[in-house]
Design a protein around this ligand. Structure first.
Ligand SMILES: C[S@@+](CC[C@H](N)C(=O)[O-])C[C@H]1O[C@@H](n2cnc3c(N)ncnc32)[C@H](O)[C@@H]1O
Length: 186
């Protein structure tokens, strides 16, 4: 029997169409970003998969999902950590906090939640350290504030100035993983 691929299982259990506005659900199988609201997007599935594989999530971990948007990545991460884990999605747009929260409620993973990001505060310094941090919006430089929110053996995956970076503790070792485009991290 094939070993279970946790990332593939998370995608199977978390259909993208349930995280899209009604008007674009028919495009759920399109492998590109799709508009949700407030000028923001539900990310390209292939990119989300690549990021989740880099993140290397384990059951029971605490995860921070910066840029929760449609709630899709928050729900995928919730599947990966399982009920012993915890996922906090942060989103700057109030309209998307509501949209993503509603979508997330549909998959019944109460160990995950989405919260409005505090203005001027990047990530969740008060809730740190996190085992894994996923960022789905792009800054020009690697934000030290987010690196500082990683646990001693934590991993951060973030697109920076067009390149996907993985930051691994101990030591904050940075590796590059290809070119990608994202909406700006604000
Ligand atoms: C590519 S979109 C959504 C991706 C999302 N993970 C999904 O699957 O739908 C990135 C989101 O990051 C949000 N964002 C940008 N800067 C942010 C910040 N500093 N804190 C929290 N969210 C932020 C944007 O409002 C946008 O909704």
């Amino acid at each position: 029997m094939d070993p279970v691929d946790p990332v593939a299982a998370a995608f199977d259990a978390t259909p993208r169409r349930d995280f899209l506005p009604r008007g674009v659900r028919f495009r759920a199988s399109y492998d590109g970003p799709l508009g949700i609201a407030a000028g923001q997007t539900n990310s390209q599935p292939r990119t989300v998969e690549a990021m989740l594989r880099l993140l290397d999530v384990r059951p029971g971990q605490r995860i921070l999902d910066v840029g929760a948007g449609s709630g899709w990545t928050t729900a995928l991460l919730a599947h990966l950590v399982g009920p012993a884990g915890e996922v906090l999605g942060l989103e700057l747009e109030p309209e998307l906090v509501e949209f993503g929260g509603r979508n997330l409620a549909g998959v019944d993973r109460p160990w995950a939640s989405i919260r409005l990001a505090a203005p001027g505060v990047l990530g969740d310094p008060g809730g740190a350290p996190y085992d894994r941090v996923l960022v789905s919006a792009e800054p020009d430089e690697l934000p030290q504030d987010l690196v500082d929110q990683l646990a001693d053996d934590g991993v951060l995956v973030i697109p920076v100035a067009g390149t996907m970076l993985r930051v691994r503790n101990p030591g904050g070792v940075v590796t590059s993983h290809g070119r990608y485009r994202f909406v700006p991290l604000r």
